[in-house]
Write a protein that binds this ligand. Structure first.
Ligand code: HEC
Length: 476
């Protein structure tokens, strides 16, 4: 309300954030948090073997270096860009929520940026000093120690951010006592960290297993041992990931009880919850099968098939993130701020005084027959566009048509009755925030959109004001 509304009327804002975020999480977990410790471990193995068999030791070191080259290129380009991109996209989509998070986690975020900058610098140093490090045992050991420090740093960047993600799902005691410590101690933080850490290790293992099979020539003397080592890594982390996933899965319903009104067992929630279970079981099974085959038959692992565990891991992480986003609804910060960026505590004010008169960027205070459509458009922009578009993904017109019959004229009374109850019918939607006149205007606007589809431009195209996309239509 205090910010101009950014809106993508075809793909929706959520999709923009989701695409960037999932890409980032896959890179962060699979090519940094879990990747660097495994590369360091392979480098260390090379160091130990080098004492006995020099040529083999060198081959191990080269394998680790080549793997790190992949990690280095991807994390410092797409990884770093999407990392910053998430917060840019999220601040556009929901500035009020990012504003609140910055206020609560100011020092955590400040630390995060420093740790993140150091991580990028360390990754560069680690990779770029690799060739020099082979000159003596002393410098190799120092390089390995550096890899260890880097592993800790990349885990730390994740550990800080996960506190914020957990907080958004359920702020816990912070709701009664607004301190940074309470924000950190949210009930979903540790379960998420316990889940993400081994999953990152496991996913990185599948990435590295595939890359190893491509990097090493068929007749490479270390191939057998290298495939075995990476498989053993996956094998070790898979059961831990299973336990982590279970702890997290077990924690969700407890969180939901606090967050959702009576209808906790809605069909939608149950479906998502079940899909998390099945995708989890499937991913863990694939993890075991692949690592088992790699461990017991290291020379017989077919390269192209290695795409499967990689795809399954990405799917697993993607499903998990999607569900994390979904079950947080109707809130963006549990029990505190709704997904539309309005504070739950401010609702009575809006419902009494009207949403538009409290909104900085709407020029309308009193709704008249002349400005009703613009008013409706403004109400829609404020209260529905965080999740709906006019005619694109999750289209509002399509959603109403689906309920009352495709192409059929929409019934304003039925729509009004529905919107007043929408938070009870579909618990992932926030209650309608406006007053009765605004509800009438919103319904008039949606019906107009059904008859004469127009594109609702966001502030990025039409400037900050909410007022005016339909100006021409009405005055002509
Ligand atoms: C927090 C996100 C969110 C907000 C805000 C939101 N919705 Fe929804 N809405 C959804 C989702 C998700 C669906 C489900 C779409 C699906 O089933 O594919 C949905 C479905 C609907 C449906 C179809 C319901 C059904 O029973 O099939 C209607 C109608 C609807 N929304 C109207 C609105 C209106 C009007 C507003 C604004 C006043 C609004 N929504 C705000 C997320 C939201």
């Amino acid at each position: 309300m205090d910010f101009p509304i950014f809106h993508l009327d075809f793909m929706g804002n959520r999709m923009l954030v989701a695409v960037i975020a999932i890409l980032h999480v896959v890179i962060n977990h699979g090519l940094a948090v879990g990747f660097i410790p495994l590369v360091t471990w392979l480098e260390y193995k090379g160091f130990v073997i080098n004492e006995r068999r020099h040529a083999d030791g060198h081959a191990w070191d080269e394998l680790a270096r080549k793997l790190m080259f992949i990690g280095f290129i991807i994390t410092t380009t797409v990884g770093a860009l999407t990392g910053v991109g998430i917060w840019f996209a999220a601040s556009l989509a929901n500035p009020a929520s990012i504003g609140s998070l910055v206020r609560v986690f100011y020092f955590a975020w400040f630390t995060e940026w420093i740790v993140f900058m150091l991580e990028v610098v360390f990754i560069m140093i680690y990779f770029l000093t690799w060739k020099k490090s082979v000159t003596s045992a002393h410098s190799k050991l120092r390089h390995i120690r550096f890899g260890l420090a880097l592993s800790i740093f990349s885990w730390l960047t994740m550990a800080i951010i996960v506190a914020i993600l957990g907080f958004m799902m359920d702020p816990g005691n912070w709701l009664s006592k607004h301190t940074l410590l309470q924000g950190f101690a949210n009930p979903i933080y540790l379960p998420q960290l316990i889940f993400r850490t081994p999953v990152a290790m496991m996913i990185a293992g599948t990435f590295i297993l595939m890359a190893t099979l491509y990097i090493l020539k068929k007749d490479s003397p270390i191939k057998r041992e290298a495939v075995k080592t990476v498989s053993a890594w996956i094998m070790r982390w898979t059961p831990i990931a299973a336990v982590g996933a279970f702890i997290y899965y077990w924690q969700i319903p407890r969180m939901m009880i606090g967050n959702l009104p009576v209808a906790i067992a809605t069909q939608q929630f149950q479906d998502w919850y079940n899909s998390l279970l099945w995708v989890g079981v499937f991913a863990i099974a694939v993890g075991f099968i692949v690592s088992g085959s790699g461990f017991f038959f290291p020379t017989r692992l077919p390269r192209p098939l290695m795409v499967i565990p990689v795809v399954v891991s990405v799917l697993f992480l993607g499903t998990f993130e999607r569900i994390r986003e979904f079950i947080r609804k109707p809130y963006v910060i549990g029990n505190y701020m709704y997904a539309n960026g309005l504070l739950a505590d401010d609702y009575p004010l809006y419902q009494q005084n009207g949403l538009l008169s409290e909104s900085t960027w709407s020029g309308i205070c009193t709704i008249t027959p002349e400005n009703e459509l613009q008013a409706g458009e403004n109400v829609f922009a404020i209260s529905c566009t965080r999740c709906h578009t006019t005619h694109g993904i999750n289209s509002i017109v399509w959603n109403f048509e689906r309920m009352y019959g495709a192409g059929q004229p929409l019934n304003p009374d039925a729509m009004k009755a529905y919107i007043k109850q929408m938070h009870n019918v579909r618990t992932y939607m926030p209650p309608f925030p406006g007053n009765d006149a605004e509800l009438d205007a919103l319904v008039a606007y949606i019906i107009f959109e059904q008859k004469e589809p127009t594109t609702l431009e966001g502030a990025q195209l039409r400037g900050p004001s909410l007022f005016g996309n339909l100006d021409r239509k009405v005055t002509n």
